[in-house]
Design a protein around this ligand. Structure first.
Ligand SMILES: Nc1ncnc2c1ncn2[C@@H]1O[C@H](COP(=O)(O)OP(=O)(O)O)[C@@H](O)[C@H]1O
Ligand SMILES: [Mg+2]
Length: 274
């Protein structure tokens, strides 16, 4: 389905992504992990064609992606929607309009200029928001929502394009534990129920282990691990994050696990109190 072959991106003489090769045979939920600067964002940006590859090839269902131009490139970008750590919503615009922005590629300049959306699109936007549990926020300005709600609006905007692939660059890095869990649960559900491929850069091991079918580990631009969560042992993680770093599972652990531990502790304490 998706073939990435010897993909390289150089900035000057530095390779941000260095000869990356992997294949995805069927829609999966894939986590990309690695230290800051490992090349995770650059890889996603090349997949989405926000950034051009220096060398190498990306094919999707047999078609070469790296050379697409103009309308064909934009069409590809709507087939693989991207969501970001900072949500990238229009803060002062209401939630529904933010979601309807996801149809921009397929609309005329004139209807865009006058904010004219077909009623069917508005209904669909509300349905998607409802599916994500935030239909009630539809008329509010995006800036009035919590971070977790805003990220769900961004996911709704992505779904509006009906993409085959969702690329998520550190989607939970700015969120508190509970919202991080809600957003990851939403991405997992979208993968399972709709059969969409999800590729998410994640800054922590435990989230990748918990939500993904497959984990790709990057270090200095190279793919140094590609396997199942079960294969991602502490030793493998040490290779990805670097043996020199005072590596510990704890230090790369997200707040989701912390939340679980906290919740478990609270439950124990509650039980003890009875
Ligand atoms: N536009 C750019 N110009 C120059 N260097 C860049 C640019 N984007 C990323 N890099 C460099 O490429 C490397 C990989 O960056 P990035 O893909 O953002 O890593 P990650 O997302 O894993 O933190 C880093 O060394 C970064 O400084
Ligand atoms: Mg990054």
């Amino acid at each position: 389905m998706l073939h990435v072959t010897s993909l390289t991106k150089r900035f000057g003489n530095k390779s941000a992504v260095d000869n990356a090769t992997f294949k995805v045979a069927k829609p999966a939920m894939i986590g990309i992990i690695g230290r800051s600067g490992a090349g995770k964002s650059t890889l996603l940006r090349m997949l989405n064609r926000l950034s051009d590859a220096t060398e190498g090839s990306i094919t999707f269902e047999g078609a070469e992606i790296t050379t697409l131009k103009g309308a064909a490139r934009r069409e590809w970008q709507s087939r693989c929607a991207m969501i970001f750590q900072q949500f990238n919503l229009v803060p002062r615009m209401d939630v529904v309009s933010n979601v309807l922005h996801g149809t921009l590629n397929s609309r005329s300049t004139l209807s865009t200029m006058f904010n004219l959306y077909p009623t069917s699109d508005i209904h669909r936007a509300i349905e998607i928001l409802d599916r994500l549990g935030i239909a009630g926020e539809a008329p509010k300005r995006a800036q009035a929502l919590s971070g977790g709600q805003q990220q769900r609006v961004a996911i709704a905007r992505a779904l509006m394009q009906d993409p085959q692939i969702i690329l998520a660059d550190e989607p939970i890095a700015s969120l508190d534990p509970m919202n991080a869990q809600i957003v990851m649960d939403a991405l997992r559900r979208i993968h399972e129920e709709d059969g969409r491929m999800v590729i998410a850069n994640l800054h922590t091991l435990d989230t990748a282990r918990r939500y993904c079918d497959r984990v790709i580990g990057m270090r200095d631009g190279r793919i140094v691990f590609d396997g199942t969560p079960e294969q991602l042992t502490t030793g493998a993680a040490r290779d990805i994050y670097g043996a020199d770093a005072s590596f510990s599972e704890e230090s790369t652990s997200t707040s989701i696990e912390t939340l679980d531990r906290g919740t478990k502790r609270a439950l124990r304490e509650a039980e003890a109190a009875v």
